[in-house]
Ligand binder design. Structure first.
Ligand SMILES: CC(C)(COP(=O)(O)OP(=O)(O)OC[C@H]1O[C@@H](n2cnc3c(N)ncnc32)[C@H](O)[C@@H]1OP(=O)(O)O)[C@@H](O)C(=O)NCCC(=O)NCCS
Length: 191
């Protein structure tokens, strides 16, 4: 028998592995039943434009993300991955990543399924997850980084209460090449 094991120190700091709720919105662990919707969303042209996902993106990528990637992110202490559910329907993905437990900083990433865009879900999810990290999980600073051309992501960060702080030159990459990233931040004192 072959088991995939992620070897981790037992005292690794981690985010609480919980579901977060705010009205019709739930942030919960991704599950295998989400795979078809993840595949559709990650094949979408806007998602592929702004996120350097596998291209072509197929079912095996989504399945590995749900069964191994999300778990590894959590177990390693690097962050936590949550599916965005709205009115009971899968609507996207949001995560905390690049967490420094010593520095008490973390970064949010997100995408919303095409049919759920334009309803404020990215903004609500980023507010819910980031405020939880600051209020309940000991973080002092949460960042969102968006390419200078990604106006939707920038508007969502602002709508979630993050402050625009500056531009990092050539700090990111997408399929189209290097991009400058606008940094948005929320600190505990902003709550
Ligand atoms: C960026 C993305 C997550 C936004 O999701 P969303 O749920 O549609 O965003 P929201 O509805 O919360 O929008 C928040 C604000 O942004 C605006 N907005 C959303 N998409 C926009 C777009 N493409 N262009 C301009 N403004 C946009 C909304 O009108 C809203 O503005 P308001 O606060 O003035 O009302 C979504 O378009 C997406 O998944 N894009 C592809 C992946 C991606 O870019 N991820 C982020 C990488 S940094």
């Amino acid at each position: 028998m072959c088991h995939t094991r992620v070897m981790i120190e037992p005292d690794t700091p981690r985010f609480a592995d919980v579901a977060l709720r705010e009205g019709s919105l739930v942030l919960r662990p991704p599950v295998v039943a989400d795979v078809p919707a993840i595949v559709r969303s990650c094949r979408d042209a806007l998602t592929q434009r702004w996120l350097p996902l596998s291209d072509p993106y197929d079912e095996s990528h989504a399945r590995e993300f749900v069964t191994l990637g999300a778990e590894t992110t959590w177990r390693s202490g690097d962050g936590v991955v949550r599916a965005i559910e709205h009115d009971g329907a899968f609507a996207g993905m949001i995560d905390l990543k690049k967490t420094s437990w010593r520095g008490r900083t973390t970064e949010i990433g997100y995408w919303v399924a095409p049919e759920h865009r334009g309803r404020g879900l990215a903004a609500r999810a980023a507010r819910l997850l980031g405020d939880w990290a600051l209020r309940d999980q000991g973080m002092e600073r949460v960042e969102i980084r968006a390419a200078t051309g990604n106006l939707g992501s920038q508007r969502a960060a602002l709508a979630a209460g993050y402050r625009e702080e500056g531009v990092l030159r050539s700090a990111g990459f997408v399929h189209g090449g290097r991009v400058d990233l606008v940094v948005f931040g929320k600190v505990r004192a902003d709550l």
